[in-house]
Design a protein around this ligand. Structure first.
Ligand code: PMP
Length: 361
């Protein structure tokens, strides 16, 4: 037998250098780390889903084009007839499809910093060069820096989350439109948190041929199903569609998502509750001395606090899991991100944080 290779002899060096996306164990914890909707579906709807899935032909591959689900999405999201839809196993997969599709030698994938970490990670997976343009200190877009970076790099694609993760704010829509007009490549506006913001660029699709709009059902209450979508002109979607693996959206996801989409009012009501909880939490956090709260149009709140990593660990010991962003980017020094949960979960988080702060003073 010939000498076999070790991983470091055949895996690409940039993959060897990566750390895997860390998902911390959360059993028994109050889980406020992953922007999930904390509410279950109503029991009537769950019963309907149970019947539907009991009869699902799981011995067969799912509908590769997911035509019925797409029709439901088109209606629920009011997608115009001129636009096509690409489905992904979560929007993560769509980011990957786009990155792979544009990864010509020398191509650049651009985003802002700090942004959703998968933009950068997926660029590495797809072997495409990444350029991150820092946001301003208040987490707004630095339009001048963006325009200069576009001029320099001529990026194949720019990803902008609207609202942004992990900062929670909506960028100035006018600045995004200037970027779309200035760049020679495509701009993917990632509206993962759309349900919690009163803004969208979906109506701009017909105006700008290089704009693509991404959504997900994850934050709305269906994170476990894994369904993301990209809306855009047929000439773009047609090319990306070639890279989509034939059965990337399973039968259970197709059946359940379609059923729930016929009851979007349920999810939107839950989103309204989350928004009013966000206001309460924001106000409360703002009253705590030593806490700097950033405004949020998403279902999470970013805040800065003295000794953030210590506070994060202390919360974890008390079975409250949030996200520690301290050390991930200079603009996020001493920053923590908490997902808006149920009223009870939020009270427990706020009270525990308050107690911890009074103990450490
Ligand atoms: N985009 C943004 C901005 C996100 O924050 C997330 C999830 N954290 C995603 C996309 C991915 O969502 P999913 O793969 O669950 O659709």
């Amino acid at each position: 037998m010939p000498n076999s290779y070790r991983p470091d002899q055949i895996i690409r060096p940039e993959i060897l250098a990566l750390s895997a996306y860390h998902v911390p164990p959360a059993t028994g914890m109050i889980k406020l780390d992953a922007m999930e909707n904390p509410y279950p579906l109503p029991s009537v709807l769950r019963d309907e889903i149970a019947r539907l899935t009991a009869n699902a032909p799981v011995n067969r591959y799912p509908d590769a084009s997911a035509a019925s689900l797409k029709a439901a999405l088109r209606q629920a999201l009011a997608v115009s007839d001129e636009m096509d839809i690409l489905l992904g196993n979560g929007s993560d997969e769509i980011i990957q499809i786009i990155a792979m599709a544009v990864a010509r030698p020398g191509a650049i994938l651009m985003s802002v910093e700090p942004a959703f970490v998968m933009f950068r990670m997926i660029a590495t997976f797809a072997n495409i060069q990444y350029a991150g343009v820092p946001l301003k200190k208040d987490f707004s877009l630095d339009l001048e820096a963006m325009l200069a970076a576009i001029e320099k790099h001529k990026p194949a694609v720019i990803f902008l989350a609207y609202p942004n993760n992990p900062t929670g704010n909506l960028f100035d829509a006018g600045a995004i439109l200037s970027i779309i007009q200035a760049t020679p490549g495509i701009v993917v506006v990632d509206e993962a948190y759309h349900a919690f913001a009163d803004a969208s660029l979906i109506d701009q699709l017909s105006q700008y041929p290089n704009l693509l709009l991404m959504r997900t059902l994850s934050k709305l209450g269906l994170a476990g199903l894994r369904l993301g979508l990209l809306v855009g002109r047929p000439e773009w979607i047609m090319q990306l569609e070639k890279m989509r693996l034939p059965y990337n959206v399973g039968i259970m996801t197709q059946l359940i998502a379609e059923k729930v989409l016929h009851h979007t009012d349920v999810l939107l009501e839950q989103a309204e509750t989350i928004k009013s909880e966000r206001t309460k939490m924001n106000t409360y956090l703002g009253t705590i001395k030593g806490v700097e709260v950033f405004p949020s149009d998403a279902n999470f709140i970013l805040f800065r606090i003295h000794k953030a990593s210590q506070i994060f660990q202390a919360l974890k010991q008390r079975k409250i899991l949030i996200k520690n962003l301290d050390g991930t980017h200079p603009l996020l020094e001493n920053c923590l991100r908490v997902t808006v949960g149920t009223s009870d979960e939020n009270s427990q988080f706020c009270e525990t944080l308050h107690t911890l702060l009074s103990e450490t003073v």
